[in-house]
Design a protein around this ligand. Structure first.
Ligand SMILES: Cc1cc2nc3c(=O)[nH]c(=O)nc-3n(C[C@H](O)[C@H](O)[C@H](O)COP(=O)(O)O)c2cc1C
Length: 210
């Protein structure tokens, strides 16, 4: 495995989040300018899938499943066809496209109420492991879920949750509109807006600087 990254992965939209001390989290971002000549093997992706496998889940139900496609494979082309028009111009450049599939119920039909939460958390763990291997990840909700279900023979309880592009930055240059989006400074709502009042007379985010 490649060494742990300690330098910034890339420069364009690099924002250093205050207080975040873990570089892999601080430097994570979602690129579109993937290197269309970079190759990943299924073996390269195993540590990512293992990281996802060991994510916590409600009652250890482990609802996340994975479709794994590598650029150049027929399955990859079939998955690209399922992406929205906004994602098709850039996502096929990534070395791999995965689908995180959330299992909505167990074999006995018992619903998994946390299937989306647990699958999202598995994706988050996969993303951090990817960063540790020098890889970048861009998640996508823009896809035709029914088409993925049909194309890949998913069952009624298997819900495509998110498509995950994995790769490294590189050429060719993005079209101008995508390049300018790529260069945008990343922003977030202030913490004072995100921490809710915990008592009726509390102000939002009372313990946070404005
Ligand atoms: C569930 C989910 C769905 C997303 N869908 C898309 C998408 O369809 N197309 C896209 O370009 N980016 C998509 N994104 C990426 C977000 O736009 C991106 O994470 C957000 O703007 C924050 O940017 P950052 O990841 O660089 O911090 C999605 C992200 C998530 C988590």
């Amino acid at each position: 495995m490649k060494p742990r990254i300690t330098e910034p992965l890339v420069t364009p939209p690099l924002v250093t989040p205050p207080l975040v001390t873990e570089p892999l989290l601080a430097q994570r971002w979602s690129p579109r300018g993937f290197d269309e000549s970079h190759v990943l093997t299924f073996g390269d992706l195993l540590p990512l899938l293992e990281a996802a496998r060991w994510a916590p889940s409600s009652g250890n139900t482990q609802p996340a499943r994975w479709l794994v496609t590598l650029r150049g494979e027929p399955a990859h082309a079939r998955l690209v066809d399922c992406l929205s028009g906004g994602n098709q111009p850039w996502a096929p450049r990534a070395s791999a496209l995965l689908v995180a599939v959330a299992t909505q119920a167990g074999d006995d039909g018992r619903p998994y109420p946390w299937h989306l939460h647990d699958t999202g958390q598995a994706v988050a763990h996969l993303t951090v492991q990817a960063a540790a291997q020098g890889l970048l990840v861009h998640q996508m909700g823009g896809f035709d879920a029914d088409r993925i279900r049909h194309e890949f023979g998913l069952s009624d309880v298997q819900r495509p949750s998110v498509v995950v592009a994995v790769g490294v930055l590189g050429g060719p240059p993005l079209p101008p509109e995508l390049a300018s989006r790529e260069a945008r400074v990343r922003t977030r709502r202030p913490l004072s807006e995100l921490v809710l009042p915990s008592a009726p007379d509390d102000l939002p985010g009372p313990r946070l600087a404005p």
